[in-house]
Design a protein around this ligand. Sequence first.
Ligand SMILES: C[S@@+](CC[C@H](N)C(=O)[O-])C[C@H]1O[C@@H](n2cnc3c(N)ncnc32)[C@H](O)[C@@H]1O
Length: 252
Amino acid sequence: MSSQLRYLQGYEGMVAALLRALPEEEAMARAVGGDYERIGVLEHALLRGLGLGPGARVVDVGCGSGRLALQLARHGELRYLGLDVVPALLDYARRRVGREDFRFEAVDRIAIPAPDSGADFVVFFSVFTHLLHEESYLYLQEAMRVLRPGGKAVFSFLDYDVEGAWGVFEANLAWVRDRTIAGHLNVFLNPRDLRLWARRLGFRVQAIHRGDQPFIAVDAATATAAVPPGTYALGQSVCVLRKPWPRELAGG
Ligand SMILES: C[S@@+](CC[C@H](N)C(=O)[O-])C[C@H]1O[C@@H](n2cnc3c(N)ncnc32)[C@H](O)[C@@H]1O
């Protein structure tokens, strides 16, 4: 690891420190970026807007403490697999979500433990923000393998084009400049590079939404008391990739 990276802290260490300092519920919310209910509702509504419905098979990579799973669990029929590198987050998610049929599994390398062509959605919310680009790319390669044709890979990313994301970059600058041991890796991506990745990986780009644009429709089915129906921005930008159908590939 380069000397410049010595100020970085792994996710597991960060979660352990939060658990030492805070009550569990607060630590588990902070570990995934806070705003536990609001962001979970928005992630869920976003997926519903992309066609998530009864019976859908969802792989939630970097599921953390269950922010999305808790909202998905409110709606009966879904097959859900949540993956993360931090066992403490998975334990909490399992308890908080309380669905016997939802699977939560630890991973220790860039791989998705699921069969080929069996998933409708593979999602990475606020995950590529913390990985090396090579790791994100390999995860998308895995998503391509496990998605069925027509299935979608959905991920959020930090985007220099969105003013609000600059706060994260300023924090990175402070860590590097002052050499404080402050946090985990935060990386940015941009739509142009994502289009190139998609082409090389064989995905079709369905949409790229800016994080500051309200594009997520929360309806009566996804709303909660704290997050009423309306149209919301996520904060992070969002990329939606689709695995093509064989006929599209045949057509070139
Ligand atoms: C900011 S949190 C987001 C959690 C969740 N997706 C959400 O939106 O609530 C990022 C998560 O990615 C997980 N993570 C970090 N590196 C990972 C990796 N290589 N594979 C899978 N998950 C990873 C972290 O442990 C953490 O739970």
